[in-house]
Design a protein around this ligand. Structure first.
Ligand code: PLP
Length: 393
């Protein structure tokens, strides 16, 4: 009747979705303003003006048939050209329109690319903590997820990475700025990782790919996000406009294969093949056109920074352990007892909805999505204070 693996996947909702649904129910019972829902990474700052201006202009001026019709499978040629041109000018990396594939957000960028490159049993190394859906995407594409530990500040310690990269490693999947830690990996870290991958690729007899999942690239608080293509030839950038332009519901992003990748054209054909096999062709056309004129723009990061600062300073003052995020919009906080899930259950008593870190590949932490309205953050502070006081009693 159905695929048992898919049924299980459908029924066991992610911790994040589970908590989000719980929050909706709870709001009906105790009132919206009394629930502090930090579960989901839904951008709370409006898209920049260029988005609405261009969307309105297109709807007003473009003939409906062209506006709503198919594009070619990898996207509109002029949009792919605009993306390639942006990558060249903004990051100084070589790029060509024929190596750009427009997709439905980062999730599609990830599944398409993983299906394009993996064979059964191939390993994909990810740094902990990581976005939980990586496991689902990698395993569905036939691969095995290998979790690589990071240092105490959730940064890459290349000495720790080496033992996790072996003959079966097909790719390293990198996410910076990181969900959920907020870490932004430095040039030094990327350089060291690139050197290790070069060496390990020789041992493997085939280049190991570096896949950079970058939906938060523009959302940083001063840190520079190195462009992986400038450090390592065999790189593929998986981009999404969901967070940078607050367009999570529009499902739009792209895959950019570095022209320096070994067999770049063939690899791109495999991306097209995977897009076809998975049904991710012809990304939403209206939003292909919109993002083409908003490349490099972002929602007001200053708003997220204010949220970060209020929350971070208050939590530190109360006695919580956490690191000020360098980017994205998540605060990763040490739970007040060894089991994060138990801590999150206790936090619910105070209507605080926090995501336990277990599915992110590390235990003992919680993730707080602070991309919410400022008033939610302010109103939640007494609850955080009461929670830590309960543990001190
Ligand atoms: N990758 C990371 C690191 C994310 O945090 C998310 C969403 O939260 C995604 C991918 C999926 O993004 P999209 O909504 O563009 O599919």
């Amino acid at each position: 009747m159905y695929n048992e693996r898919m049924r299980k996947l459908g029924e066991e909702r992610s911790d994040i979705r589970e908590l989000f649904e719980y929050g909706l129910q709870r709001k009906k019972i105790v009132g919206n303003e009394n629930v502090f829902d930090f579960s989901i990474g839904n951008p709370g700052v409006p898209a920049p003006k260029c988005v609405q201006d261009e969307a309105e202009r297109l709807v007003r001026e473009m003939p409906a048939v062209a506006l709503h019709g198919y594009s070619s499978a990898p996207g509109l040629p002029e949009v792919r050209a605009a993306v390639a041109n942006y990558i060249q000018t903004a990051f100084g990396a070589e790029m060509r329109p024929d190596l750009v594939y427009m997709t439905c957000g980062a999730s599609a960028s990830l599944t398409v690319t993983l299906n394009a490159v993996l064979h059964e049993g191939d390993e994909v190394a990810v740094f902990a903590p990581f976005f939980p859906e990586y496991r689902v995407f990698v395993e569905r594409a036939g691969g095995t997820l290998v979790v690589v530990p990071t240092d105490a500040k959730f940064h890459i310690d290349v000495k720790k990475v080496a033992p996790y990269i072996g003959k079966r490693t097909k790719a390293v999947l990198l996410n910076s700025p990181n969900n959920p830690s907020g870490a932004v990996y430095s040039e030094g870290e990327i350089e060291a990782l690139a050197a290790l991958l070069k060496e390990k690729s020789k041992e493997r007899g085939e280049p190991i790919l570096l896949l950079a999942d970058e939906p938060y690239r523009e959302l940083t608080y001063g840190a520079k996000v190195p462009y992986v293509m400038n450090f390592y030839a065999h790189s593929v950038v998986l981009y999404s406009f969901s967070k940078s332009l607050s367009l999570a519901g529009e499902r739009i992003g792209y895959i950019a294969v570095s022209p320096k990748c070994a067999e770049a054209e063939e690899l791109f054909s495999a991306v097209c093949g995977a897009g076809r096999a998975l049904g991710f062709v012809c990304a939403p056309v209206l939003f292909q056109r919109v993002v083409a004129v908003c490349l490099g723009k972002s929602s007001d990061v200053g708003e997220y920074k204010k949220n970060r600062d209020i929350l971070y300073h208050a939590l530190k003052e109360y006695g919580y352990e956490c690191i000020s995020p360098e980017g994205a919009f998540y605060l990763f906080v040490k739970a007040l007892e060894p089991e994060a899930k138990k801590f999150c259950e206790r936090a619910k008593k105070y209507e605080l909805l926090l995501v336990p870190s277990d599915s992110f590949g590390v235990g003992g932490y919680v993730r707080i999505s602070y991309c919410v309205e400022r008033s939610v953050i302010r109103r939640s502070l007494p609850a955080f204070k009461a929670l830590i006081e309960e543990y001190r009693k």
